[in-house]
Design a protein around this ligand. Structure first.
Ligand code: MF3
Ligand code: CO
Ligand code: CO
Length: 403
């Protein structure tokens, strides 16, 4: 009889920790229908003592039979051998992470294989091993560089390419498209223009752009999740071309988006516009946050504090640091020839952020939505030049810019 043999088998098992006869089964192993050998323990103490090594059994089982967690039906795609997982700090990227309290309804999905860069493309120094070498040690982390006219000309070219790449991504955004497919468009458009997608392998970031859906504030990793009707999605593109970086992002609507989200996205767009409008020689960097905070709080929205605008050029991220929130302590005044980004992240609820176990995805602490817009700017003699400005060919996706 099946029942009898089950019982006999169980009673003959020995404890995975100490070898004594074992009558307890790891509940997780039972749930995952894993073999009982190695899942049996004599006492709770032995179970606890073996936990750190034993739990890897669950992890391996999950990785070999991936299925998404709670998301909607169109997103319950079958597992695919081509998909890999983002590993950072020993954490896996799985929607059923046992020790993480997800702040909203969004979950991680599988990540595709690393995309290939053709040999003729000039690469930044992190492309091969994931480690930026020049950037962290540079003096330009402390002093704000004044670009030469030759550097500025290269920045103009690179930023224009970055704009065209973002526009290409914007044109494919619709219900059912995965963020991985957006990443593919960004990757292919970037290399077609002769550029390198700066995020790829930057501090081991696994993809060529960031895609941040709904409650993701920034640094969302493109994955197998299909965009759903009513989502908002930010696409952040950075291109490395002729030795300099150009960085911009926009938040797009997917299908029919509710009124509150439309207001959030428009207000965030306006925050960036108002901040750009004060840029000219002699203005304090700390004023940018005042302008943004004023406009966001007027609409009952909050400003993210953990992520800031940054200097940019031959380095991806350098001085100055540009907080977007009010009462900040940013140092220095703007001077002609400086290039930096402004990239406010505005939240519908609280300003506080949390990090997913993947070590990249920054989400709102309350699970409410977040929007962002970013431009790379040049301080001119009299004001500002938006190096990543929209082009006549840019898709008309923002209702407040039309008519
Ligand atoms: N583009 C982002 C920024 O605006 C940085 C992305 S870094 C990555 O600064 F590694 F997450 F891609
Ligand atoms: Co940036
Ligand atoms: Co960016």
């Amino acid at each position: 009889m099946a029942g009898e043999s089950d019982m006999a088998e169980t009673t003959t098992l020995s404890c995975a920790q100490c070898g004594k006869p074992a009558h307890l089964q790891c509940p997780k192993c039972v749930e995952l229908k894993l073999p009982r050998e190695g899942a049996a323990f004599c006492t709770q103490d032995c179970f606890k003592a073996s936990w750190v090594s034993h739990k890897s059994v669950h992890l391996k089982a999950k990785l070999s039979s991936f299925g998404p967690g709670t998301p909607g039906e169109q997103n319950s795609a079958a597992p695919d051998d081509d998909w890999l997982y983002c590993l950072k700090k020993g954490q896996t990227r799985t929607p059923k992470h046992p020790l993480f309290d997800w702040t909203g309804t969004l979950r991680p999905y599988p990540i595709s294989k690393k995309r290939i860069i053709p040999a003729h493309i000039d690469q930044p120094d992190w492309a091969m091993d994931g480690i930026p070498k020049e950037e962290p040690n540079s003096d330009l982390q402390h002093v704000v560089e004044i670009k030469t006219t030759e550097q500025i000309e290269r920045m103009r070219e690179t930023c224009r390419i970055a704009r065209e790449v973002l526009d290409a991504a914007a044109r494919v955004i619709r219900v059912g498209v995965t963020t991985d497919e957006i990443d593919e468009v960004v990757h292919e458009a970037t290399i077609a223009a002769g550029g390198y997608p700066s995020p790829l392998n930057y501090h081991f970031f696994p993809k060529s752009c960031c895609t941040s859906v709904n409650e993701i504030i920034c640094h969302g990793i493109p994955d197998a999740r299909k965009l759903e009707d009513g989502d908002i999605v930010n696409v952040d593109v950075t291109v490395y071309y002729k030795g300099v970086h150009g960085d911009l992002n926009e938040t797009f609507f997917v299908g029919n988006v509710d009124e509150a989200s439309r207001r959030l996205v428009q207000c965030t767009y306006e925050c960036l516009e108002k901040a750009i409008a004060i840029v000219k020689p002699g203005v304090r960097f700390r004023e940018i946050g005042e302008v943004i905070n004023r406009h966001a709080s007027m609409s009952g929205l909050s400003v993210v504090k953990s992520y800031c605008g940054h200097g940019i050029g031959e380095l991806f991220h350098c001085a100055p640091n540009i907080p977007h929130y009010g009462r900040n302590k940013a140092v220095g005044v703007m001077k002609a020839g400086q290039t930096f980004t402004i990239e406010p992240m505005i939240n519908a609820g609280v300003w506080r952020d949390r990090m997913w176990p993947d070590g990249w995805t920054a989400v709102t602490a309350d699970g409410k939505r977040s929007a962002q817009f970013e431009h790379t700017l040049l301080v001119t003699g009299t004001g500002v030049e938006v190096l990543t400005a929209r082009l006549p060919t840019s898709p008309k996706v923002f209702p407040w810019l039309n008519s």
